[in-house]
Write a protein that binds this ligand. Structure first.
Ligand SMILES: Nc1ncnc2c1ncn2[C@@H]1O[C@H](COP(=O)(O)OP(=O)(O)O)[C@@H](O)[C@H]1O
Ligand code: SF4
Ligand SMILES: [Mg+2]
Length: 343
């Protein structure tokens, strides 16, 4: 395995909600709780889970568009929180994002050429000829004709707009691309094209990809590893084939079971398990999945299950399926104190 490009270490984000003056404790949305993972160069890590489980917040924390409540993001061993202006710019160059809705993330008044070359021009001056050459090259890379460089986003199809968003993200030759629901708004056939494009580009350019989706079917085809999130926490992180062949966490199992695969490119995770997703403002104590879990035992209502490394290298947070006596990894509270040891 390569040295990780990115190391995410116990990342936590709580959003305080405004409270009346008499309220001593300000309630918080526990959007991300104690999330750790790493990504190597050229690897695809998928993050999946139902809407509201904290996927986009993780992406925003990685991009430093939001400050973590606690935890660290390390790029090749350097904590990005400590980066000063110059190094932060360099880091931003290396890390780019593709969003769900290319229409709202592309400036409607700029031509494709300007949209693609703008990120580069934030760093260096380009001559007119260099700009045209760069735009043509990137448009070709994403499977579009250079003749489209004079078009406005409104003159492109949804798929073309998303290709344009990808071209823009590639302009700075990033080491890491974060795609947050990047195909979710597209038609099924276009989804597959954009996915293939991302995978081809990743192979050609050796980019690491964090692919965020609520769509389990999409993930099965593209991920090297998959992290399953539930209410802000990673509950299982495994190699893709292992996860789909034999899910260990009851939530992962329910998601896969609820996904008959008539069209493998499109399987929705919406309401895959019985019951409602609890509020991240007041998540259930212990294992947050316990109110919906068919295997729940008494301890599930009390203790947060730690992430435990299994023999096949996956990590799972479940008292029943991954008892902590086998723990190689530990979950800790966001404040940095070790959680209760079990077993
Ligand atoms: N700026 C914010 N202020 C308050 N709550 C937020 C903010 N951003 C996200 N949240 C909440 O954090 C939780 C996780 O959101 P998000 O990361 O967008 O989930 P996902 O991308 O998995 O759908 C949700 O409950 C959401 O309402
Ligand atoms: S810890 Fe308990 S409630 Fe949580 S997934 Fe495992 S069995 Fe279910
Ligand atoms: Mg999201």
């Amino acid at each position: 395995m390569n040295t990780p490009l990115l190391n995410v270490d116990r990342l936590t984000k709580h959003f305080p909600l405004s409270a009346g003056i008499l309220n001593r404790e300000i309630p918080v949305v526990r959007a991300v709780e104690d999330v750790s993972f790493s990504v190597s160069a050229g690897e695809t890590l998928c993050i999946v889970g139902e809407s509201g489980c904290g996927k986009s917040t993780v992406a925003r924390l990685l991009m430093r568009l939001a400050e973590p409540t606690s935890g660290r993001v390390l790029i090749e061993g350097t904590d990005i929180a400590g980066l000063r202006k110059g190094s932060l710019r360099t880091w931003r160059r290396r890390m780019q994002m593709v969003f769900q809705d290319p229409y709202s993330s592309l400036n409607p008044r700029l031509t494709a050429e300007k949209i693609i070359t703008e990120p580069v021009e934030n760093f260096e001056r380009l001559s007119r000829r260099q700009r045209k050459a760069l735009a043509a090259d990137l448009l070709r890379k994403v499977g579009m004709s250079p003749q489209m460089m004079d078009r406005l986003p409104s003159e492109l199809s949804g798929g073309q707009r998303q290709r344009l968003g990808i071209a823009r993200a590639l302009a700075l030759q990033p080491s890491l691309l974060i795609a947050d629901e990047a195909v979710s708004a597209l038609d099924v056939s276009v989804q597959a094209q954009i996915l293939n494009l991302l995978l081809d580009l990743q192979k050609q350019m050796g980019i690491a990809l964090i692919f965020i989706s609520h769509d389990l079917g999409v993930v099965e085809h593209i991920g090297h590893r998959v992290a399953v999130m539930y209410l802000g926490r990673i509950v299982e992180l495994a190699h893709c084939e292992a996860l789909f062949a034999k899910p260990v966490h009851p939530y992962t199992e329910a998601l896969i079971a609820a996904a008959p695969i008539p069209d493998p490119t499109r399987v929705r995770l919406e309401a895959p398990v019985e019951g409602e997703v609890p509020s991240p403002i007041n998540p259930p104590k212990g294992c947050a999945f316990h109110p919906r879990c068919p295997l729940a035992v008494e301890r599930c209502r009390i203790d947060v299950p730690p992430l435990v490394a299994m023999a096949d290298g996956r990590v799972v947070a479940c008292h029943v399926r991954a008892p902590a006596t086998e723990a190689l990894a530990t979950t800790r509270t966001p404040e940095g104190t070790a959680a209760q040891t079990h077993g």
